[in-house]
Design a protein around this ligand. Sequence first.
Ligand code: SF4
Length: 241
Amino acid sequence: MTRVYHIVQFDSGDAYLTFDGCTWNCYYCVWRMSRWNICLPQEVKQKLEALWNSKSIEFLSVDDIVRILVKNNVKKAFFGGGEPTLDPEIKAIIRALKMKDIDVWIITNGEHLDDELVSMAKGITFSIKALDKKLHFRVTGVSNERVLDNFRKYAKSGKIVAETVYDGKYIKCPEIARIARFISSLNKEMSFRIDPVVQGVNLEDLDRCIEEVRKILPTTYRWKINSPRKFPKLLYPQIGD
Ligand code: SF4
């Protein structure tokens, strides 16, 4: 059995698979706030939570995942969570999906990446929460040593998009600039996405920061959603009306 317990599909046709479990403790973690996709309507998330609490939701097998994605004509699947690389079945899932021409994009803290996973994935969003050791420990509760080693190792793989979270509290512009310099020293072409912390932050400050950081790494950006988003389709688990 895998650690996948939730799948949604976006308007683009891409699916997002949620994996259970993470050994880190980032204070701003979206998944720790809600185990359900953040884009779902509140009432759907409440129904799912009730199902979870009644222990009615089963983890999916590799075959289940393939069946659900093929049935919904998915061509690209994002693996997130939670930390997807902790699932011992992750490679079996990717292998099975590749057989059906479904690409996989892994969203990860990078700690457990290995050569095989990097070669199997279509792409990887690799989150560097902080470069400074103390800041990293403060934000996540763990060391960033392995993360940075892996980032150095795979920076030129052509698969990586770097990401970090700006919280305006611990991770402010000087730390974002430090991360950008680190990325730039390894691969000047790499995209660097900065997400505002989900609890809220001054976006004007963040945009000013992004302008500054672009002088170091011109590929730095953040997502801006201008039009109202459609709710994703719930593929698993199913809920009654
Ligand atoms: S590494 Fe990701 S999933 Fe794990 S606690 Fe941090 S934000 Fe959450």
